[in-house]
Every structure is written in C-alpha cells, then in structure tokens.
Design a protein around this ligand. Structure first.
Ligand SMILES: [Zn+2]
Length: 258
C-alpha cells in the first residue's frame, strides 16, 4: 500500500491551523426562524453546542444571581451572536433549545390540570410543544407619532440592556426604587424626537407621559411583541387547551435517563 507523504508543518503553520480550528464554529447550526424573534436581529449564522456537566452544575445550583449564570452559559454555548446582543425575549428560549439539543429531544413528563373539565393528566413535553409567539409583524423602521406629538422610535431590549438596568438597580446613587414595569416599557424606547435616550431618561419619560401616550406605548409594544413564555401547548381529551409552565428545575436540566 502506498503511504501518502505528508510534509512536516513548520511551527507557524501549526499555529495557523490551530487558529483556524478555533475560529471554525462548532456545534449545530441554528435554524434562526425557530427563535421567538425569528433571528431577524442577528445577522450572522448562529451555532449552538450542548450543555456540559459544568453548565448543569451551575444551572442547578443557582443561589444568588440567576441572570449571571444564564449569561455565562449562553456565552459558552452560543456562537455567532454576542451575549449582550441576544434579545431578552429570546433568552429563555435558548435554554429550552439547548436542553433539547443536549438530550436529543428527550421528553419531560408534565402534570396538567384541565381548567375546563378538571381532569388530571400527565403530558409528555417535547421541544416542539413549547409555546412561542414569533416576531412575524415587524416594527416600522420610521419614528411613530404619539398622541403627545412626540416622535418615538422603538427597539427591542437585549441582555446588554438588562445588564444596564440591573446596574442601575444596584447603584447606590440612584435613590429612587426602580419600578420594574415602567423600566420594562422604558427599555423599548430607542429615541424620542430623533434623540437617543439613556435608559434613565426614558424611564422618567414613560412615568410622566399623559395617559393617552402611555396607552399608545403599551398597545404598540403589545402589537409587535414576541416571546417564549415558558409554557407548552397540549390539548385535553375534552378539547380544552392546556398550557402548563415547563419548569427549569433539576429534572429539566438533569433528567433521570439512567
Ligand atoms: Zn379537559
């Protein structure tokens, strides 16, 4: 048998090859259309790798800051989008997706009580049953005129925005306790009258607008919202819809497979 002669590599070539291997994405190419956002805000291909034992240990031993743990895990498992650029409304979906990838579609038994007939049943959750409201109706690119005549431009908050908000909440210089609901609304406002706003500015703005303008903001965001609300969709034998929350507990992350 003829042996193919491979020339020896110089140290530089070895390094170059190693660098290339490092840059090459690993994991599964994500079908971005599955995401609540449909991936329209992520220009690059996204690759996802399964959880490791270390990830599972971190995810099932959360004592203080749950978000810090989630950011760390998403940062390790997702390539093609920076953690800070992941939209908040896609964040939890990724955990369900990665769990599904990790355990190759393994189902979870979920106890359901029917709100209609009262029947108690056990349903098998698989990833395709996860209830997702997709971003199918796109926000207009232009600024929208509000009832108070101000022009507003909306954008969807990212993990970066969430980090900023948490920093404000823990800032001893911010004396006023931050109201989560107002802050959530504020985080969707990108600019007012063409001027980029800080999160604190929009927070005060939303708190002080008149009722008509407030309704406009709430209803507009409602119209374009997308989310993974952590529930799954099943149908009871009586025909009623069952929407249990799929808890991210110990059994979710470390199922009894063996
Ligand atoms: Zn029923």
């Amino acid at each position: 048998m003829k042996v193919i002669d491979t020339p020896e590599l110089t140290p530089d070539q070895v390094i170059a090859q190693a660098m290339q291997a490092k840059q090459k994405p690993t994991g599964k190419l994500l079908d971005k259309k599955l995401l609540p956002s449909r991936g329209v805000f992520y220009p690059n291909d996204i690759y996802v790798t399964p959880f490791t034992g270390m990830d599972l240990k971190d995810l099932t031993n959360i004592t203080t800051n749950v978000n810090q743990v989630i950011y760390k895990i998403l940062g390790k498992r997702i390539q093609g989008v920076a953690v800070n650029d992941i939209l908040i409304n896609d964040k939890l979906w990724f955990l369900y997706y990665i769990r599904d990838l990790t355990y190759k579609g393994k189902e979870i038994a979920v106890k359901c009580t029917c709100p209609n007939c009262g029947a108690q049943t056990v349903k098998q959750y698989t990833f395709d049953k996860l209830h997702v409201v997709h971003y199918d109706k796109h926000l207009p690119d232009k600024q929208l005129k509000m009832p108070n005549d101000d022009l507003v431009e909306f954008a969807f908050p990212t993990i970066g925005t969430e980090i900023q908000i948490n920093r404000l909440k823990n800032d001893p210089n911010v004396i006023e306790a931050i109201d989560d609901q107002f802050m959530l609304l504020a985080s969707y406002i990108k600019s007012i009258n063409g001027k980029k706003q800080s999160i604190m500015d929009t927070y005060f703005y939303v708190q002080n607008v008149d009722a008509m303008t407030f309704c406009f903001i709430v209803n507009t965001l409602d119209k374009y919202s997308f989310v993974c609300d952590r529930t799954a969709s099943f149908t009871c034998d009586c025909g009623a819809e069952l929407n249990p929350i799929i808890e991210m507990d110990q059994d979710f992350f470390i199922p009894k497979l063996f």
